[in-house]
Design a protein around this ligand. Structure first.
Ligand code: AKG
Ligand code: FE2
Length: 207
């Protein structure tokens, strides 16, 4: 069985997140949906719809290819059936996280990302200095038959100087606490496609 919204899949994600601050799930979504999302990401990349990702936010947003070299496009509801199914799935996960962990997650924002061969994203934490809403990061990978030798891992820097590498294999979801998990994207020898998103709390505002 390869259906996605099975309670036990969510419960292992939720349990891991609570106990260790991160989780990884293979076959998070049905294979057909993963393939449709990969095809859509490819099509958007080929049509020139993706643009260089920035660092920072608002007026401070800057493109810095020495920091991150991916090209992105944000998802909006109603763009395609596949995107809507993915957003619905993440809506279910958001509710499961709220029920179990009382995180008060209000919404989910997400973009397609394409890293060309050699592109990377240096070590960072997913929270802006002036906006504390991003609470749980969720990266869903779209690359079939990824081999470890091809590089491109998401490297999580865990406590006690341990590291954990997640390969960007199609169907894998990586989940981690946005403010507490330093991570980086290592360069790869092939194109690397993903959907990167954040579950956000209501804005309290730091300023
Ligand atoms: O693609 C990944 O594995 C992580 C991307 C990332 O860290 C980000 O966009 O903030
Ligand atoms: Fe990140």
């Amino acid at each position: 069985m390869n259906e996605s919204s099975q309670p036990h899949l969510f419960s292992s994600l939720v349990d891991d997140l609570a106990s260790q601050g991160w989780s990884q799930q293979r076959l998070f979504a049905p294979q057909a949906l993963t393939r449709e999302l990969a095809a859509e990401c490819h099509a958007r990349a080929r049509s020139g719809a993706l643009s260089a990702a920035g660092v920072g936010r608002g007026a401070a947003l800057q493109v810095q290819e020495g920091v991150r070299g991916d090209r992105i496009q944000w998802l909006e509801p109603g763009q395609s059936a596949a995107c809507d199914r993915y957003l619905a799935l993440m809506g279910e996960l958001r509710q499961a996280l709220n029920r179990a962990l009382f995180l008060g997650l209000e919404d989910f924002e997400c973009h397609f990302a394409c890293y060309a061969p050699g592109a990377f994203y240096q070590r960072h934490v997913d929270r802006f200095r002036d906006d504390d809403r991003r609470t749980v990061s969720a990266v869903f990978y779209l690359n079939e038959n990824w081999q470890a030798e091809q590089g491109g891992a998401l490297r999580l820097y865990l406590a006690d100087e341990r590291e954990h590498d997640v390969l960007p294999e199609a169907g894998t979801l990586a989940l981690f606490m946005s403010d507490a998990m330093p991570h980086e994207v290592l360069p790869a020898s092939r194109e690397r496609l993903s959907l990167t998103g954040w579950f956000r709390r209501r804005g309290g505002g730091l300023f």
